[in-house]
Design a protein around this ligand. Structure first.
Ligand SMILES: CC(C)(COP(=O)(O)OP(=O)(O)OC[C@H]1O[C@@H](n2cnc3c(N)ncnc32)[C@H](O)[C@@H]1OP(=O)(O)O)[C@@H](O)C(=O)NCCC(=O)NCCS
Length: 144
């Protein structure tokens, strides 16, 4: 299977949104997922969007970020026709490699309660559920 992992570059926004929509992954078009915000975020250098490309077709995407201590695997999405072929694994491997290069040794992800499939996928990829933590956030604005 010839799958290439390539980095997001300026102008790839429509491709990204198309993959999220086809994968059924919720996103915030009026909030942090606006094109300008994403491209500004990437310029700060603490995150990277990547795509999986198979036979010239964009089939999946991932966002990897870090906060200086931990690495965060976000927004893994593979379009339905290309699932169960190991593409999410390739994307997560590439994200972990990028984190290694930033000297980050802990990788983490957040999975919503009702997303049992992704929970199982991350367990298969070696992620261990961590019990007893509540996720709290404080936001400057409400995103839509
Ligand atoms: C989650 C998702 C990215 C997985 O993509 P994928 O390319 O099909 O996953 P892979 O083929 O790389 O599978 C990785 C591992 O998880 C397993 N797996 C894949 N789908 C699974 C499922 N539905 N249930 C249980 N295990 C599953 C695979 O068997 C594989 O394990 P293995 O290496 O032991 O064989 C894809 O289903 C998706 O886009 N879902 C919708 C978006 C989403 O919810 N993203 C996650 C946000 S946290």
């Amino acid at each position: 299977m010839d799958v290439k992992i390539v980095a997001y570059k300026k102008g790839d926004y429509k491709t990204l949104v198309n993959l999220w929509e086809r994968s059924g992954l919720p996103y915030k078009p009026q909030g942090r997922d606006q094109e300008e915000k994403i491209e500004a975020e990437l310029k700060r250098g603490v995150g990277k969007f990547m795509f999986a490309v198979m036979d010239a077709t964009y089939v999946g995407t991932i966002l990897v970020t870090h906060d200086g201590r931990k690495g965060w695997i976000n927004r893994v999405a593979v379009i339905p026709e290309y699932r169960h072929k190991g593409i999410a694994k390739l994307l997560v491997d590439a994200a972990e490699k990028w984190l290694d290069e930033q000297c980050i040794e802990i990788y983490a992800c957040q999975v919503e309660d009702d997303n049992k499939e992704s929970f199982e996928v991350f367990k298969k990829l070696g992620y261990i559920p961590f019990e007893g933590i509540h996720y709290l956030t404080k936001r400057k604005y409400l995103e839509v």
